[in-house]
Design a protein around this ligand. Sequence first.
Ligand SMILES: Nc1ncnc2c1ncn2[C@@H]1O[C@H](COP(=O)(O)OP(=O)(O)OP(=O)(O)O)[C@@H](O)[C@H]1O
Ligand SMILES: [Mg+2]
Length: 509
Amino acid sequence: MDIVGKIVSGDFSGIIIRQKTGIDVELGELLVTRECNDYFIMQVFDVSYGSQIPERIRSLAAGLKLEEESNLSFLENELSNFILIILKPILFVSRNKYHLPKRLPKFFAAVERINEEDLKFLEKPNTPLYFGQIRSGSRILNIDVFLNGEDVLTHHMLISASTGKGKSNLVKVLTYNLLNESYAGLLIIDPHDEYYGRTKKGLKDHPNAISKIVYYSINPPPGANTLILDLRTIKPWHLTGIVPLTEAQIECIYLFYNRDKENWIENIVLAEKDDNVSIVTLDVLKRKFNNIFGISLENGQLSFRNNLFSNTSGSTTIKNVVEYLEKGKTVILDTSKLGGEVELMIGGIFAEGVFSKYRDLSFKGHLNEKPCISIIIEEAPRVLGKDVLDKGINIFGTIAREGRKFRIGLVAITQLPSLIPKEILANMNTKIIMGTEMSNERSALIDSSPQDISEESRNIASLDIGEALLTSTFSKIAIPLKVPDFGKIIKTNEKIIKDKTVIRGVDLE
Ligand SMILES: Nc1ncnc2c1ncn2[C@@H]1O[C@H](COP(=O)(O)OP(=O)(O)OP(=O)(O)O)[C@@H](O)[C@H]1O
Ligand SMILES: [Mg+2]
């Protein structure tokens, strides 16, 4: 038994224990107190000094010790001076069943450090989503954390941390493990081209990569798909809420779209004038289309500046991506070479494609035969920010609000959750909070968290790289996590695969 202290006072908002001399306890650490076969799990949220000696005398004695040679041994007396640890009771476990505590543990009860056995009641769900291992302070316990992936993914997830705290690493770990499952299709919009692993290790190194991953890029490596879209597959609503447009420009776009649903972009670029549209509006739209689609008129001919849009190929790209997702594949879009607006529009086009398809399937009653879909978006306030959504709803806002009904969810990654409207933040039913120094960002997370984590602010500020707090409506408690290093997972798996090959080689001989 690793006793760290005894309960001396407190209430439901904080149980106070006196720490045993010579023991170190960290903020965030998990402790237990036992009653026969049952036990309470508690978490450290504050530490303070305690003393039997009145404050005035302590100050005087410290002064005497500092300024003069004196032998005031009572100052170092461990019985009179001690550390107090303040704990929050988080779970009561009785015969492998656990619930939120409704009473306090016994007065003067001994408190111990938690061990792996105490968390064995956590089960692996049918559609598992792996997050990492349980962390007690900075000690990592050999207990894997899974939540029900179907629930978590369709009810939206937020991954939030300051820069460099491990958001991308976590997404790699989540998506890598999902390649073992068939219950979800993933659309990863990757503005840094970091997930596929074109130049380093990445998702492409998973044993199921060949059958599960589809990679699109405007400059694809051998075997990957070219990201190219036929302009005729672009619809006016792909632009709204992503590209800033005035009322007059939107009216013009719909006017041309209603006249010719396929060639409306080309027709705007080709139009010299139109009786129903001012020449200024037409000119501005032509300039915008030049910026976005790279299309312009040169010597009376349509010219395409980049390889992303075309009027001769890419007519099935959207359809193909939607079909891959419907089959539970992971589609990675390398948008690293595209400008901000274009990148978001491309992501939005595919998101819209899969959303319409799933809404259709829902009306026809076939939705449950399909895997759920998760759309992963970096720097989410670019599409879910208050300032963006105030100007007009876009497809990501629509999915955040009603995607759940059609089994489509977002994984929004951000350093600045405070920029996302409260109502959308509250709709993200699972939040993985990693190290966050800025207090207003912490408040935005704490205020919208499914669990009461109001005492965790200091813990969240001091989380190290890869350490996280997982709060979810699909978990009874906020779980302290350590996310594994993706590089190490890959190395271990490669070793396992290599060893198996060798063993099989020996078998064959
Ligand atoms: N769980 C972890 N264990 C060990 N190292 C990690 C872990 N998570 C991240 N790292 C390392 O920390 C560095 C930053 O991680 P990462 O790129 O995931 O951060 P980020 O939050 O996505 O940063 P940014 O905001 O810049 O996108 C990387 O070098 C990564 O290898
Ligand atoms: Mg990152």
